[in-house]
Design a binder for this molecule. Sequence first.
Ligand SMILES: CC(=O)N[C@H]1[C@@H](OP(=O)(O)OP(=O)(O)OC[C@H]2O[C@@H](n3ccc(=O)[nH]c3=O)[C@H](O)[C@@H]2O)O[C@H](CO)[C@@H](O)[C@@H]1O[C@H](C)C(=O)N[C@@H](C)C(=O)N[C@H](CCC(=O)O)C(=O)O
Ligand SMILES: Nc1ncnc2c1ncn2[C@@H]1O[C@H](COP(=O)(O)OP(=O)(O)OP(=O)(O)O)[C@@H](O)[C@H]1O
Ligand SMILES: N[C@H](CCC[C@H](N)C(=O)O)C(=O)O
Ligand SMILES: [Mg+2]
Length: 500
Amino acid sequence: MNWNDACAELTTLASANAAVDVNGVEYDSRRVQRGDVFVAMRGGNADGNRYIDAALTQGAVAIITDSRDAFDRVRREHPAVGAALVQHGRRALAEISASVMGHPERRLALSAVTGTNGKTTTAFLLESMLRSAGRTCVLIGTVETHVGDEVRGSPHTTPESRDVLEIFGDGVKAGATEAVMEMSSHALDQERVWRLPVDVAIFTNLTQDHLDYHGTMENYFAAKAKLFAGVGTPPPRIAVLNADDFHFADFSEAARDSRLMTYAVSNHVAEYRVEDVQILPEETRFRWVTPGGSVPIRSPLTGRVNVYNLLAASCAALARGLTMEEIAVAAEGLKQVPGRFQVVPAGETGITVVVDYAHTDDALRNLIALARELVRDRGGRVITLFGCGGDRDRTKRSKMGRAASEGSDLVVLTSDNPRSEDPDAIITEVLTGARETSTDCIVEADRAAAISRAIHSAKRGDIVLLAGKGHEKVQILREKTVPFDDVVVAAGVLKEMACG
Ligand SMILES: CC(=O)N[C@H]1[C@@H](OP(=O)(O)OP(=O)(O)OC[C@H]2O[C@@H](n3ccc(=O)[nH]c3=O)[C@H](O)[C@@H]2O)O[C@H](CO)[C@@H](O)[C@@H]1O[C@H](C)C(=O)N[C@@H](C)C(=O)N[C@H](CCC(=O)O)C(=O)O
Ligand SMILES: Nc1ncnc2c1ncn2[C@@H]1O[C@H](COP(=O)(O)OP(=O)(O)OP(=O)(O)O)[C@@H](O)[C@H]1O
Ligand SMILES: N[C@H](CCC[C@H](N)C(=O)O)C(=O)O
Ligand SMILES: [Mg+2]
């Protein structure tokens, strides 16, 4: 595409035209290929403008920059290179990418999920429902990316716009008509999702997380609320909101220009509700009550939080034109979401071992409450293993410590991606909360050893919760990142027990 045409949708402060053709767009100099436009933007860690020369050496033919100095320098030193000076790097990245890639976002009906917990699960459920009804979908989220039947890795929950648009483009080529994506608060705040037209926006819940990044709950809320105002787009056509959430009124206000679909387990003002809820070890059943009638729903996902996720996904599926009957059929065929209440086969041990991604105090409380419910009849104990991520919200650590020790019979404190921090120092912060109760607490910073101790502490009838890492396949330490998978480690311990 010709550089001038590519720039047509950019709001530039100044531009220098050049007779170049552009093939692609990159925001990271290390990925630039011959013929690309390099979008140089200032980030929290690095300044992309420092990498302009590297990008040109790798073959960039045009530069979009958010720095006047960088723009002037490119014009002076590289007159044959296309250049544009913009106010907002990430917005420009989205605009130029959409333009160069031929606007794949206009050819997909996009459903976007935000909230503290339940985004991945709700997005998986919605995609499964749409697929079950015969639609071809793109899915973008924490665990994996789907392009029709193709499964790809996911480096981020919500990638940069350029990467989202590339995936959308591949989806369109594969015949997709729908896209479902998680929109993290980081991505909404940074506007990685600029100009993505959202048809159905879904809110799961808002509790504390990510205050290292947002600073206050007000800012965290404001980031999530951006989805409902539209990020460089008109507001979503439909907003699916959790009426049981403490912040429901605020989200209703934020979504005032959309048609609301409200769902709830408790709140009777919600339009979409449940009756006769039965949470069983292997499945959940309820009657889904809607303004258009009711239908029995039966799903292999268990736990109260999954009633919410099923409700949110079902409302969104309805908004996307599925019938209630199609949704009920899809719910029955739902598959395990990797690392979300995933039971590790425990042979004849009589112990239940569960891997889950709970990494906030709210998620831990819900997870432990479900475990308590499941062991109640058999008189089993709840043993909870978890850690807190390094270089992440420090203020949630003691709260998670308290939540785990309040609900469990035994807590095993360990490491969960300590990143640049000292694992023992993180554990000390968690302990301040854990010590507010009298629950026994084992401290073992080595996660594999801790999993072994947790499982060996269990007796027949007990449940062992391995929380925080879910689907993750690595442990991020200060010096290195090592392969690590809770499911694999737990399976190894259980196998040894069976042999010994
Ligand atoms: C805090 C945060 O969101 N950071 C993300 C953000 O970083 P940033 O804006 O500070 O960018 P930067 O690293 O300073 O770099 C600035 C620019 O220089 C460029 N650069 C940099 C180095 C180089 O050699 N060449 C080069 O061109 C970069 O590509 C970038 O365009 O943009 C970067 C480029 O996309 C991301 O890699 C980075 O993710 C970091 C690694 C991260 O950990 N992000 C997490 C917190 C995150 O975003 N998580 C949420 C989900 C959270 C949840 O699940 O609840 C997510 O959506 O994934
Ligand atoms: N609706 C819900 N309400 C509260 N907690 C939930 C809900 N759904 C799931 N959880 C808990 O939160 C954990 C993470 O769920 P999920 O991965 O679906 O959320 P997420 O919002 O995508 O998280 P992340 O932002 O870290 O990617 C689950 O393992 C479970 O313990
Ligand atoms: N995706 C989220 C949750 C990660 C949970 C836990 N495993 C951690 O590393 O803190 C994050 O990056 O903050
Ligand atoms: Mg997620």
